[in-house]
Design a protein around this ligand. Sequence first.
Ligand code: FE2
Length: 399
Amino acid sequence: MKRIPVEELKPGMIFDKPVYVNNDVLLNSYQPLKKSDYERLIEWKIDAVYTEGNLLQKEKFEDELRDIISDISDLANTYDTSDIYFFAEDDTLATSAIEKHQEFISIVKDCFQKVKENKDFNSSELRNAANNLVSLVNKNRRLSFKLIFGTPKLEDYLYYTAVNTAILAIMTAQTMGYSRLHLINIALGGFLHDIGMTKISPDILYKKEQLTQTELNIMKKHPFYGYQILRRINAFPEDVNLIVLQHHERADGSGYPYGFVSSQISDYAKIVGICDTYVAMCHERSYRKAKTPPLIMKTLLKEEIGKMDPNVLKMFTYTVGVYPIGSFVELTDNSIGEVMLQNINVITKPTVKLYTQGNKKIDPPTIINLAKEEREGLSIKRVLASEETKEFLRKIRGK
Ligand SMILES: [Fe+2]
C-alpha cells in the first residue's frame, strides 16, 4: 500500500481504490474526501493515510465525459423511453415489482397530501418504504431500473418522479460503494426532494406553458420550503433534510437556492440532484417531449459537465449507461440481445446477452462484453422498439 502524507491531501480528492487510516476505511473508492473528514485527520494529528489506488483528476473525468457525448451516435435515437417500460405478460416478478412501485407512489402521495393539509405524515411508514425500495433494487436491479420509464398521470407526476429519482439514486449510490444505511437515507431524500412543491400554487406547478421569470423565481423556492417542512417535522437525519435543501445546487455555484459550490453541497444531494434531472427528462411534460435514453444522456452531459461534480456525474453515467440495462439491441452483425451490464470506461459498449446470431437462435444465449470484443467494429446498430422486442421474445420462446 502507498503511504500518502496528510499534508498532501485536499478536501474533494477522489481515489479509485479505498483509502485507509490505520486499519479503518476513511474513503470508499470514487468517493470524494469530505472537508469534515479532512479536518478530523488534522485534528487527530494523523500523519498519513494508505491506499492501493490512484488519485483521480477532475479534468480527466470531464474529458472522459466529453468523449462519451461524441460517442453517442444519432443512430441510437430511434426508440423512446416507453420502449424500455415493457414486461412480458407472464413475468410474475415484474408484476410484483410494478405493484410495489405503485405502493411506493401512494405512500409518497399520502405524505405530500398530509403536508398540504398542514398535518403530520407517518415518517416511519416512509422510512419502511425507503428500506423496502432498497431491498427491491438489491434483489432486481434490472427490473427496478425499467420501472422508471413508465408514464405518470399528470396529477401523480410529483410522486412518480420522487419514487423514480429514489430508485436511480439508490443505484448510483450503490455504484459508489455506499452501505445500506446510507442507501436508505438517500432513498428518503429521493422521495422527499420536491416536498416543498406542496407550497407552490397548482397554477404554477401544473401550468401548461413555459413559466415566466416571476413564476420561475417562485418555483425556485421549493428546496427551501421543503427544508423548512422537514425541520419542523423533525423525523429524519439532517443528511436527509439537506438533500431536500440542496438538490438544485450545482458544484460550480450556478444552482439554487444558495448558489453553493461543490464543497458546500452534501454528497447525497449531488446524487439525488443528478438523478432528479435525468428522471425529469424521461417524462413528457406539456412543454417538453420525452426523449430517447441515449439522447437524454447526451443532453444531460452537455448541460451538466462543468456544473455537476464530475465524480458523481461519472458514477451516474456508468450506472445508467447510454443503452439502459434491459434494452434490446441489434448489433452491427445483425445479432440481437439484451443489455445486461454497463462498462465503466466505454459506456456506449455494454455487456449484452445475445439470443440470435444473424437469423439463427443461440441456445443457451451467450454473453459478450462489447468493450472487450475483438471482432473489429462490432457495436450496437440500433435499439428495438417495445413492440418489436415483444415480437422477438415471442419468436425466441417459440410462442
Ligand atoms: Fe426540485
